[in-house]
Design a protein around this ligand. Structure first.
Ligand SMILES: Cc1cc2nc3c(=O)[nH]c(=O)nc-3n(C[C@H](O)[C@H](O)[C@H](O)COP(=O)(O)OP(=O)(O)OC[C@H]3O[C@@H](n4cnc5c(N)ncnc54)[C@H](O)[C@@H]3O)c2cc1C
Length: 296
C-alpha cells in the first residue's frame, strides 16, 4: 500500500492548483483523469492569459506537467471510497490504495443531461451547459435555454444581453407568473415545449420539438448539476442545506471533517475556472500546512 501526506481527488484545475501549492509543503498524490475534467472541451476567454481563447486541454496538460516537475505523483484512476483511519484517511482507488493525512476533494460536478440525439455530438459546437462561460460566443445569435428551474431562468436573463433572440423551453416551468413576465419584458420567448432532438451539420442549426422544428444557433442545457453527494454524506461532510449537493467550506477551504478540504465546482456556483484555481490554491496551501504543523 502506498503512503503519502496529501491526496487530491480530482485532476481538474482545482485539483491541479491544489497539488502545486500543497507540493511546496508536503508529499502529494493526485487521483483522477484529465480528460474527465469539465475543462477538457472548453475554450476559455474569461480567465487571465497571454492569448485567447485558452484551450482547456492545453491548460490541463501543461499544468499536470508543471505539477509533475514539482514532484507530485499522479494516478489516472478514480477514488471509489474513503475510510477514516488512524487520524488520517485510507483512499481506495480503482486499483491502488493510499494512506494519507489530509484529503482535498476536487471532483468537480456533472451537469444533468437532456439525453436527446445531438446533445453529445454538438457539445462545444452550439451546445453548452454554462451560459456564464459561453454567452459571448452567441452575440447577435438565436439561442434556446432548456430547463424549468432557477438555473434556466438565470441563464435566459443573462443571454438577453448577448443574443438577438432567446427562447426558454420546458414543458412545465417552476417560475411564478410574475418572474416569467419579467423575462418576457426582457425579450425572452417562453415555449412550453419538449425538445426531442438537436440538429445541425458542422454546428447546431435547429431544435426538433414535440410539435415542429425551430432554427437556433445555440442550445444552453440548464437542468442543474450533481456534486459529490454520496461520498460526502458517507464521510459526514456538511453539504449546502438548500441544494444538498455541494460541500460547505470555510475561508481556508476546510470542510466540516478534520483533515478534509474541498475546492472547485464541488463547492457550488459560480462554476468557473478562476474560482476553481483560486480555491485550489487555498486548499492546497492549507492542506500542506495542516500536515506540516498538525494544526487544524
Ligand atoms: C463546455 C464547457 C465550457 C466551459 N467554459 C468555461 C469558461 O469559458 N470559463 C470558465 O471559467 N469556466 C468554464 N467552464 C467551467 C470550468 O470548466 C469548471 O468550472 C472547472 O473545470 C471546474 O474545475 P474543477 O477542478 O472543480 O472540476 P473539473 O474540471 O470538472 O475536474 C474534476 C476532476 O475530478 C476528477 N474526478 C471526478 N470524480 C472523481 C473521483 N471519484 N475520483 C478521482 N477523481 C475524480 C475528474 O476526473 C476530473 O479530473 C466550462 C465548462 C464546460 C463543461
Amino acid at each position: 500500500m502506498k503512503e503519502t501526506e496529501v491526496v487530491i481527488m480530482g485532476s481538474g484545475p482545482a485539483g491541479l492548483q491544489a497539488s502545486i501549492h500543497a507540493s511546496r509543503r508536503s508529499k502529494v498524490l493526485v487521483f483522477g483523469r484529465l480528460e474527465a475534467s469539465n475543462l477538457w472541451n472548453a475554450h476559455i476567454d474569461n480567465y487571465l492569459s497571454l492569448s485567447y481563447p485558452i484551450s482547456g486541454q492545453e491548460l490541463l496538460i501543461n499544468s499536470r506537467e508543471k505539477a509533475k516537475e514539482l514532484g507530485v505523483e499522479f494516478l489516472e484512476e478514480d477514488v471509489v471510497d474513503v475510510e477514516i483511519k488512524d487520524g488520517g484517511f485510507l483512499i481506495l482507488g480503482e486499483k491502488e490504495q493510499v494512506l494519507c493525512r489530509a484529503l482535498v476533494m476536487a471532483p468537480g460536478m456533472r451537469h444533468e443531461r437532456l439525453n436527446v440525439p445531438g446533445e453529445k455530438e454538438f457539445l462545444g459546437r452550439g451546445v453548452s451547459y454554462c451560459a456564464d462561460c459561453d454567452c459571448m460566443f452567441f452575440r447577435g445569435k438565436v439561442v434556446a435555454v432548456i430547463g424549468g428551474g432557477s438555473a434556466a431562468l438565470r441563464a435566459s436573463e443573462l443571454l438577453t444581453r448577448f443574443a438577438r433572440k432567446v427562447y426558454l423551453m420546458w414543458p412545465s416551468l417552476e417560475a411564478s407568473g410574475e418572474r416569467l413576465d419579467e423575462l418576457k419584458d426582457k425579450g425572452v420567448e417562453v415555449l412550453p415545449a419538449e425538445v426531442k432532438e438537436i440538429k445541425g451539420t458542422e454546428k447546431v442549426e435547429s431544435l426538433v420539438l414535440s410539435e415542429g422544428e425551430i432554427p437556433v444557433d445555440g442550445v444552453f442545457i440548464e437542468l442543474g448539476s450533481r456534486g459529490a453527494y454520496e461520498l460526502a454524506m458517507q464521510l459526514g461532510i456538511q453539504l449546502d442545506p438548500v441544494s444538498m449537493k455541494f460541500i460547505v467550506v470555510d475561508t481556508n477551504q476546510r470542510t466540516s471533517v478534520k483533515g478534509i478540504f474541498a475546492a472547485g465546482d464541488v463547492t457550488g456556483a459560480p462554476f468557473q475556472l478562476a474560482k476553481a484555481v483560486g480555491q485550489g490554491c487555498v486548499a492546497g496551501y492549507h492542506a500542506g500546512e495542516y500536515v506540516r504543523t498538525g494544526k487544524w
